[in-house]
Ligand binder design. Structure first.
Ligand SMILES: CC(C)(COP(=O)(O)OP(=O)(O)OC[C@H]1O[C@@H](n2cnc3c(N)ncnc32)[C@H](O)[C@@H]1OP(=O)(O)O)[C@@H](O)C(=O)NCCC(=O)NCCS
Length: 167
C-alpha cells in the first residue's frame, strides 16, 4: 500500500520535502543559457547578445549598485531579477530600480518571485537606499498583481515617450 489517506503526508508535501532548497544568489556566466530560455519563454524573443552584455555590466555580484540575481533549485534556474541603484536621476534621491523579473512558467505561484524581490531589496538596503521603484506595461496585470502583493503602490511619476522618426 502506498501513501494513501491517513498516512498524514500528502503527495504535494512529499514532493516539497524532496524538492531541493531554493537559493537566491548573484548570476554566473553558466546560468545565462537558462536565463535566456526563461526570458524567451516570457517575451518570445531570444536575445543572446543582450543577456551577455547585461551580464557583463550587472552579473557576478561585482558592485553594490548593480544586482543580477537568480533563484536556483538544485541545478535548475527558476527565475531571475535585475535592478540597480540610480543616483539622483529622474529628480529623485538615490533609490533602487527593478527592471527585469521573470520566473520559469512551471515554478510560479510558489514564492520564487517574492524571494527574489526580498533579496534584491536587501541588496538595495545594503547599498544605502530605502526606496524601490519599478516600471511595467500598463496591460501586464500579472506583473502588476505581483508587485501590488508585495506592497508596491503607484508612484509620483508618469512615463512619457514619442516616436523619433515623426519629424
Ligand atoms: C510575476 C512573476 C515574477 C511572479 O512570480 P511568482 O514566483 O509566481 O510569484 P509568487 O509566487 O512570489 O507570488 C506572490 C504573489 O503575487 C501575486 N500573483 C502571482 N501570480 C499571480 C497570478 N497569476 N494572478 C494573480 N496574482 C498573482 C499573488 O498575490 C501572489 O501571492 P499568493 O500566491 O499568496 O496569492 C511571474 O508570474 C512571472 O515571471 N511572470 C512573467 C513576468 C513578465 O511578464 N516579465 C516580463 C516583463 S518584466
Amino acid at each position: 500500500m502506498g501513501q494513501g489517506r491517513g498516512s498524514g503526508v500528502s503527495k504535494a508535501q512529499a514532493q516539497n520535502a524532496e524538492a531541493p532548497e531554493l537559493r537566491i544568489r548573484p548570476a554566473e556566466a553558466a546560468d545565462l543559457g537558462q536565463v535566456i530560455a526563461i526570458d524567451a519563454g516570457v517575451t518570445g524573443i531570444e536575445k543572446t547578445d543582450y543577456w551577455y552584455e547585461l551580464f557583463h555590466r550587472y552579473g557576478g555580484g561585482r558592485t553594490r549598485q548593480r544586482l543580477f540575481l537568480v533563484a536556483e533549485s538544485g541545478d535548475v534556474i527558476q527565475g531571475f531579477i535585475i535592478g540597480e541603484i540610480r543616483d539622483w536621476e529622474f529628480g529623485s534621491a538615490p533609490c533602487g530600480w527593478v527592471f527585469g523579473l521573470s520566473v520559469r512558467a512551471d515554478a510560479r505561484l510558489a514564492g520564487v518571485g517574492t524571494r527574489m524581490l526580498e533579496a534584491i531589496c536587501d541588496g538595495f538596503r545594503h547599498g544605502g537606499v530605502n526606496k524601490v521603484r519599478t516600471l511595467l506595461a500598463r496591460d501586464n496585470s500579472l506583473v502588476l498583481s505581483f508587485f501590488r502583493s508585495q506592497g508596491m503602490m503607484a508612484a509620483q511619476f508618469i512615463p512619457l515617450e514619442m516616436d523619433l522618426d515623426r519629424l
